[in-house]
Design a protein around this ligand. Structure first.
Ligand SMILES: Cc1cc2nc3c(=O)[nH]c(=O)nc-3n(C[C@H](O)[C@H](O)[C@H](O)COP(=O)(O)OP(=O)(O)OC[C@H]3O[C@@H](n4cnc5c(N)ncnc54)[C@H](O)[C@@H]3O)c2cc1C
Length: 347
């Protein structure tokens, strides 16, 4: 089998790159062993504002400009709804926070994303005496549906191999990649936290942050917006909400823990005043990087071995944006933004 690209990893990074290739008429295969779960368990929110400090997410405008049409096209390709537009309401904990919000709405960079109207709370299940600020242009990608449907789509075309990539069987001689009977011009590693086991790139400072979410059933709550307080509360389906997420820098397993469940229940009870039941819990390792920027680029010695990683806490928005940059770099020789280029860590 002869293709333009081999992609290792079918999370948000792998799908973003595969789609960039498909639209450019480049051939590819994808290899994945379901060892990492970050994209699968993600809450899937895209939100251009950092709601702790009321500041813009890094390159938010550029990312949304690429990401929104990207997911729309995927909905058409897969014939499935995955993009749910969702208002995000930020609960104010004090008058000072209200003031900070309205100060931020005067910032021209944030103006398209922050409503300058104070939203009063009229839901008896929620404690919010200082009201909410509303974030515009936010939403949720159903990553669980996206990943499963995309794998099915690839399988139907015999483009998907369900296996652990064996680095020992990769050859890169004379500018040609060969791997178990497949030859390719390039290979792109999109392995999330699995990168730690990759001998070509395991010196990059990917630290990984475990995140856990619980799913609750709250029949009296009846909200159709996402609520950000001490944790996020996100509507999924009727009476079912995701609550999260936790941040743990020590544990590198995908196993849900009692401690995280307790933490999330305690936090949600600070503002949710009606009865609810925990009906699910999931965990994954976010591929986070020391300097909070993606890891994109080409191996120092092997010019057709590449990496697309470090999507951190915001893979939904960043994935399509960095995939395009890597593609343009490989195919057109366009320089990578130095902020994302792995060469910043290579001396
Ligand atoms: C609890 C939680 C909530 C989150 N919420 C959000 C959110 O609301 N919004 C948002 O934008 N982001 C969110 N994120 C972050 C987001 O999930 C990540 O940024 C994103 O999923 C990273 O995608 P990835 O493709 O790089 O990695 P992954 O999703 O980890 O995918 C890597 C893939 O590579 C495969 N793989 C690895 N090694 C090998 C190998 N040797 N052989 C074969 N296959 C291999 C794995 O099986 C996996 O499928 C959240 C993360 C967590 C954990």
């Amino acid at each position: 089998m002869n293709v333009d690209y081999i992609i290792v990893g079918c999370g948000l990074a792998g799908i973003s790159f595969a789609e960039t290739l498909r639209k450019a008429n480049r051939s590819f295969v994808v290899i994945d062993n379901a060892s990492q779960r970050s994209s699968l368990v993600a809450a899937g929110m895209y939100n251009p504002v950092i709601l702790k400090r009321f500041s813009e997410v890094w390159k938010a405008q550029e990312q949304l400009q690429i990401a929104l049409p990207f997911y729309k096209e995927l909905e058409v390709l897969l014939n499935k709804k995955i993009d749910y537009k969702l208002s995000v309401l930020r609960r104010f904990a004090s008058i000072e926070e209200q003031n900070m919000w309205f100060h931020a709405t005067d910032n021209p960079v944030l103006e398209p994303f922050l409503s300058d109207l104070l939203v009063q709370n009229n839901n008896l299940c929620i404690d919010a005496p200082y009201g909410f600020g509303k974030v515009l242009n936010a939403g949720r990608i159903d990553t669980d549906v996206l990943l499963k449907q995309y794998v099915d789509y690839l399988k139907k075309q015999n483009l998907f191999f369900e296996e652990t990539f064996s680095y020992a069987e990769l050859n890169s001689d004379n500018g040609i990649i060969s791997y178990k009977g497949i030859t390719a011009k390039h290979i792109v590693f999109c392995e999330g936290f699995g990168l730690k086991a990759n001998p070509y790139f395991n010196d990059l400072p990917l630290n990984g942050t475990k995140g856990e979410l619980i799913t609750i059933q709250a029949p009296d709550l009846k909200i159709d917006f996402s609520l950000k307080a001490s944790v996020f509360l996100i509507p999924e389906e009727e009476d079912i909400y995701s609550v999260g997420a936790t941040y743990n820098w020590e544990d590198k397993t995908n196993t849900p823990t009692h401690k995280a469940r307790e933490e999330l229940v305690t936090k949600v009870k600070t503002f949710l005043k009606c009865n609810f039941e925990v009906v699910g819990q999931k965990a994954g390792i976010r591929p986070t990087v020391k300097d909070r920027r993606p890891l994109v680029g080409t191996h120092k010695k092997y010019k057709n071995i590449h990496v697309l990683n470090g999507l951190g806490t915001r893979g939904v928005m960043i994935g399509p944006y960095v995939a395009k940059q890597l593609y343009n770099n490989i195919e057109e020789g366009v320089s990578l933004n130095p902020e994302i280029d792995i060469s910043r860590f290579i001396s």
